[in-house]
Design a protein around this ligand. Structure first.
Ligand SMILES: *Cc1c(COP(=O)(O)O)cnc(C)c1O
Length: 361
């Protein structure tokens, strides 16, 4: 079964923009792109390579996959957008998501005028993914893409590797399973990128924004089979990756950079466990969701006043109460130890105030 059959016909035919940088390689006197010949030390006078080979090979080594399986974009948000536009015919096709989850899958679908089918995570079972219900929903002939975020943002839980592979196999030839692994570095469970290379009906999203500390550089990667990557590269903006971003990414991916990231990931995981235990022991905290990511979702009696009290103390957390099933929850990112301590202290006094206000009322 050729999985490219499910792409929009117009996308499969599209030739894409052919930039000066793509048409010519080599040469010494570069007079083909209407650039300025003067480099003022920032290496930005030339248009960047659309997919710089050095970055592709560094990311291929990091993720343990061949370079022709990679599409590098402006964050993972760009591959999400490209996948949606490549697969979903407006007003005809659909995606499947499982709320509460990352909002960009839905936003990209709405922008493309594709339908969003929701198979919610089950709050009673620790926000687990219901694989059978997702499969049943995804067999709807309109469905082209199924998003699974693991570890999931904002609930923090993981989907077992066997479940992902089973879902991918059951939907093969029908809908592509897109596994968002933005937080996988913080999880004890590894990536499923190896299964992509072996031909599973999967695509994987990775990013340098979280564990590699480069949210400001906007470097996200889609790992998929080479035939799909070749199509998606034709849809990319002409020069998506700014030269300074590529340069900091290459620095972060040197052996020293990767080792520093590894140490920081270990520090974050240790801090996550410490903060989770402190939250669980806090009288005003009703529930802390187990997290395999670099954040914790926790429930309090009055999330709005708690949020405002934290803010007044200078600590900014995320309000996630509007997500399906997460009423009363806040999400806190794991920071440096002293930042986490500041959060815990501010939370303790915020909860003392709201609890005493309640008993006074
Ligand atoms: C943060 C995050 C991303 C990463 O987005 P970038 O565009 O790569 O910065 C992707 N998916 C999820 C679920 C996230 O929380």
């Amino acid at each position: 079964m050729n999985r490219l059959d499910r792409l929009r016909a117009s996308v499969a035919r599209l030739r894409g923009y052919s930039s000066a940088r793509m048409e010519a390689s080599g040469g010494r006197v570069l007079l083909n792109a209407n650039e300025s010949p003067w480099d003022d030390g920032h290496h930005c006078n030339r248009y960047p390579d659309p997919q710089p080979p050095a970055l592709l090979s560094a990311l291929a080594a990091l993720y343990g996959v061949p370079a022709d399986c990679l599409l590098v974009g402006r964050g993972s948000d760009e591959p999400i957008d490209l996948l949606t536009r490549a697969y979903c015919e407006a007003r005809a096709d659909a995606i499947v998501i499982s709320q509460p989850t990352f909002a960009m899958y839905r936003v990209a679908a709405e922008l493309q005028d594709a339908k969003v089918l929701d198979v919610p995570l089950d709050p009673a079972r620790g926000f687990a993914l219901d694989i059978d219900a997702v499969t049943a929903s995804a067999l709807d002939p309109r469905v082209k893409l199924v998003y699974v975020c693991t570890p999931n943002n904002p609930s923090g839980g993981v989907v077992a590797r066997d479940d992902l592979l089973r879902l991918a196999a059951r939907l093969d030839g029908h809908a592509l399973v897109v596994v968002d692994e933005a937080y996988v570095e913080f999880s004890a469970q590894g990536s499923v990128a190896d299964a992509v290379v072996e031909g599973a009906n999967l695509a994987v999203l990775r990013t340098l924004s979280k564990a590699h500390g480069l949210a400001g550089a906007r470097i996200g990667t889609l790992i998929a089979q080479p035939a799909l990557i070749a199509v998606l590269r034709r849809l990319l903006a002409p020069y998506p990756l700014p030269t300074p971003s590529v340069e900091v990414a290459l620095q972060a991916l040197t052996p020293a950079g990767v080792e520093r990231a590894r140490q920081r990931i270990a520090a974050v995981v240790a801090e996550r466990e410490r903060v989770a235990a402190r939250l669980a022991a806090e009288a005003g905290v009703r529930r802390v969701l187990p997290s395999a990511a670099n954040f914790l979702a926790f429930q309090v009696d009055d999330a709005d006043s708690c949020y405002r009290a934290l803010l007044a103390a200078g600590v900014v957390v995320r309000q996630v109460g509007h997500y399906l099933g997460l009423g009363g929850f806040l999400r806190v990112s794991i920071g440096r130890a002293e930042e986490n301590d500041a959060f815990l202290a501010a939370l303790a006094s915020a909860l003392a105030i709201t609890v005493s206000a309640r008993s006074a009322a």
